[in-house]
Design a protein around this ligand. Sequence first.
Ligand code: NOJ
Ligand code: NOJ
Length: 468
Amino acid sequence: MKTGKLVLGICTFAIPLFVQAQDVGRAIRDQAERSRILMLQNISRPDTRPGVVVAAPSKQNPNYYFHWIRDAALTIKTVVDLYNLSPDPSEKKVYGKILRDFVDFSRFNQLTPNRSGGPGEPKFNVDGSAYNGDWGRPQNDGPALRASALIGLARILLNQGEAGYVREKLYDGKNPTQSVIKFDLEYLANHWQDPCFDIWEEVSGRQFYTLLVQRKALMEGASLASDLGDGIAGYTYMQQAKNIEQALTQFWNPQKQILVPTVAQNGGITYKNSGLDSSVILGVLHGDPGDGFLSPGNDMVLSTAYQLETAFRQIYRINQNTTLGAAIGRYPEDRYDGLGLASAVTAGNPWFLTTLAFAELSYKARLQFIRQRSVKITPLNMKFLGQFDSRIQNLAPGTVLAAGTPAFQAITKGLLRKGDEYFRRVLLHRGPDGSLSEQFNRDSGYMQGAPNLTWSHAAVLSALFSRH
Ligand code: NOJ
Ligand code: NOJ
């Protein structure tokens, strides 16, 4: 076993069905290596253009053989991380080729006329042509996620002395621009106020997830712009990021004490009554530039996470009468069974990527508290933190638990354990070869929906990257 490497080599033995708590770290790393391979198999496939990331290899029932901007960008973000972490030059070369192909394909997408009339178009055919069927469009998280992933790449290349490539393909500082990052940022700076469809492609309105990832992209873009001598644009991007912050205050529901996914709804399905939605947690994970604004340890976020988990514990049979980590779905009222919208209100299932998001949230909240060297107890985080030490429920709001105290240690240890419990849940329902579909059945636990969803595998890697 190479210990200097982040991920282990492929294990040839069959994977155990039930992972004991003490083996969980090893089992997670083993799954991550399988996920890395299965994820890479969905990128630049022989029958697609180079740089295409198919959402899943399945071409029918369901047909996920498209390049979805969101799924692709989140996947490419993990490829950027893999590139960064890999000590092996030949492996780095493989990642580098994928990333450059993705840059070219993304630029091609930007230049392809489509029914959204801009970079909010949610998906393209794998030959790069526009998808002309009806769809929930635009989805304006796509350009933000793509810009963020590519800003990550730009930063690496600048460090490696490849400013020429960066200024030509990624950020040219010109108006109008020919470069992929600036094209997306200009769109975001001018269109973040537009209503758009949510990441589940079902509801139109103003979206928490979308605004949060747009804010992050604009902030990162502002600093890249000013580093590359495009200071006026940088100022504009920062201004708009600040305006988005204001808009984000509308998503707190003080009665329910949760962050809601959508406000000012102007279309789409109307049965999401609880206001609970895991896309809020995903937004915090994908939309945190590390500046302390709505971070994973934020008490509004933890209150929302607590209520989401409680709801999913109640509605899914596989979550009942068990001490296993909870299986988490998109939202309680979900009716998407992986093929279409069923009429049954019980059609929705837990998903791997949302369950993994809860693992990542636990790991990241833990890291934040360790970095802060303290946790402040508030009425909003009391129940969530009380899971780790029941005495916390009796503390006065405002109490600060400092690093080194037993209560602080109970929280940081408990968060790591909790993250691992979600992971064990994922390991229990995966395929024998480490495959991960989109969903797993709420009653039987068997995988369902698109097989080997690229995003499921990317979610394994991104959760692992926060598990220190
Ligand atoms: C396909 C979308 O991708 C999915 O998120 C949605 O639930 C179904 N269509 C039903 O609208
Ligand atoms: C349905 C999901 O709701 C959406 O977020 C995703 O982009 C597509 N499937 C493709 O994986």
